[in-house]
Design a protein around this ligand. Sequence first.
Ligand code: PDD
Length: 280
Amino acid sequence: MQVYLNGQYMEETQATVSIDDRGFLFADGVYEVVHIYRGRPFEWERHLARLHRSLAGINLTGVSDQELTEARDHLMSGVTAEEAALYIQVTRGTQRRSHAPPPAGTIAPTVLMWVRPVDPIRPELVQSGVAVITTADDRWAKVWIKTIGLLPNVLAKGKAMEAGAFDAVFVRDGMVTEATSANVFRVSDGVIQTAPVTNYILPGITREVVIELARGAGMTVIEQPFSADALYGADELFLTGTLTEVLPITRVDGRPVGSGSVGPVARELLHLLRRQAGIA
Ligand code: PDD
């Protein structure tokens, strides 16, 4: 597989970064993941805009849209898979270890990009839905920055897997924020609900698109906080994310959600999303 690293294309086995890279030492960097459907990047502009917000959030400059777009096109041209993921990671660059960030513009950021085929979400997961557990949201207060510092997410995902579940849903002060790499929605009495955009969630592009699609189809969507208890009483629950798409949740902490099988709203929104992506 070809990767893009700091202005050059190379085989992944040739791509190396320094032991002094601030991404390696401090998780001092941000990232994006874009879903490529049949050679078309889904919602590229929104991903680019969010990447710039994340970069601004960590005071990092020096990454141009032209560089990212050219590398994207070059990497995509080598991939024939029906579906693929484009990964973009920007770290503050390489400098002898010091907490003090270098003054803006004094060292070049490390820019890494690759495109890899992805397997579409396994049909049996979409058919039967997935199980989640709830767990304390012990992340920092700038979750809106898509930082590569994902240790709390990794630990929560591991906890879910140990419990035989697919994912963990974070709960902060009794309220649901999101999952480890997806946003969370509930449906109750025909109303679709998700946590509002605050500094405690990552404002998902899929979340935004799904809200638009639902409203466009005449459904009611409210962006209001809901409690962990409201998960148990929901008619339907689902996750949204770039690679997760719309994934129904049918068990929370071992309890069935609604009827215990996948509901019509999640099914319909997955269909609308894939149609929007030009794949359904
Ligand atoms: N994760 N919340 C978190 C914490 C995430 O990491 C993600 C995405 C989302 C969904 O955002 P979007 O719809 O823009 O993908 C929500 C990516 C895919 C990842 O880490 O691989």
